[in-house]
Design a binder for this molecule. Structure first.
Ligand SMILES: [Zn+2]
Length: 341
């Protein structure tokens, strides 16, 4: 056994003398000194020898092992210094680090926030879990009002002091009109981007969770032409300088008069195409003069102040702008979709 040990030691030393790369050294270390290495096996078999042999051979085996460990360490250090055999090739292509980016809805929201900030509007954030009062009643939609049917939502299993279920996931960003008026009073200029919810059967155009962006401006002598001017600026910013804007009457409970704001189709320039259903116009924004009842609910005297409000779906706007044909893609977490932005 002694000769076997000496032979193995010599074999290892010979190979160590040839080693030129750290990788080869590592392989040798595993081959001989590793858990299942050849020297380790011999060391283990010492346990089966007689007490006499154990004394001499065990000592020798351990000495050889320590000598070899030191030798390996020595070679490792000398290889580490040798830049010719172990170097970094700086011309090789690197490993690409994937960088994340903003969601298309966030990109669009930021763009619109930039525009309105430059026009002196505050950007406000509001609660997604809202009370029935702020979401409906204060916006001129009392409990018996049929307009409530258009906005079914998710109610929270929690009763108020009167025993009513009055907490819900907001169906629109408009409750923030009231909250903003109560907090800041008049005059006020703000926009409110945010997430909204409705109890909808989902399809390519409907989603239970979506984003709206609300705008509110209240001051003395605010009129319809101020509203039109602001929304024209928005259209030109979103769809280009040649974009035209028109308003058609539409009922919304919280404005009087109310209007549907339409932009000339950016795809066909107003000539008519598939996107605009051959009308040349795209329905984008609901708007109007703030209803006196809404001003009163916000603590503002409608005899002294007037204002306008507008709101639109950010998802719909992003779908038009980027040519997306299914609203559900926004929340699909599908990287193939998201990487395109
Ligand atoms: Zn068109």
């Amino acid at each position: 056994m002694e000769s076997k040990l000496q032979q193995l030691k010599q074999e290892i030393l010979n190979q160590l003398a040839e080693v030129k790369r750290l990788e080869t050294l590592r392989d040798l270390e595993i081959k001989y000194l590793g858990r299942k290495g050849e020297l380790t096996k011999i060391l283990r078999s010492v346990a089966d020898l007689s007490a006499e042999e154990k004394k001499t051979l065990g000592k020798l085996a351990n000495e050889i092992k320590i000598e070899l460990i030191n030798k390996f360490e020595e070679v490792k250090i000398s290889l580490g210094k040798n830049t010719e055999t172990d170097y970094i090739d700086a011309t090789l292509p690197g490993v690409e680090i994937k960088q994340g980016h903003l969601h298309p809805l966030t990109i669009l929201q930021n763009e619109i926030e930039d525009l309105f900030s430059s026009l002196g509007f505050m950007v406000l954030d509001g609660p997604e879990l809202e009370s029935d009062y702020y979401n409906f009643t204060a916006l001129n939609i009392p409990p018996y009002h049929p307009a409530r049917d258009m906005q079914d939502t998710f109610y929270i299993d929690h009763k108020n002091a009167k025993g009513e279920y009055d907490m819900l996931m907001r169906t629109q960003t408009s409750p923030m009109q009231i909250r903003a008026m109560q907090k800041y009073g008049a005059p006020i200029k703000c926009i409110v981007p945010g997430r909204c919810f409705r109890n909808e059967a989902t399809d390519v155009r409907h989603e239970h969770t979506f984003y709206q962006l609300e705008g509110l401006m209240i001051d003395k002598d605010i009129n319809f032409s101020n509203l039109k001017a602001i929304l024209e600026v928005l259209g030109k910013k979103l769809f280009g300088p040649d974009t035209e804007f028109r308003m058609r009457p539409k009922f919304y409970p919280f404005v009087e008069p109310g209007s549907n704001g339409e932009y000339s189709c950016f795809l066909c320039g107003g000539k008519g195409c598939r996107l605009c259903k051959n009308t040349g116009w795209l329905e984008i924004v609901g708007c109007g003069m703030v209803h006196p009842n809404v001003l009163r609910a916000g603590g503002i005297d409608p005899k002294k102040y007037q204002g306008f409000a507008f709101g639109y779906g950010l998802d719909r706007l992003a779908m038009l702008k980027y040519g997306i044909n299914d609203i559900r893609l926004f929340h699909s977490v599908d990287l193939k979709f998201l990487k395109q932005f």
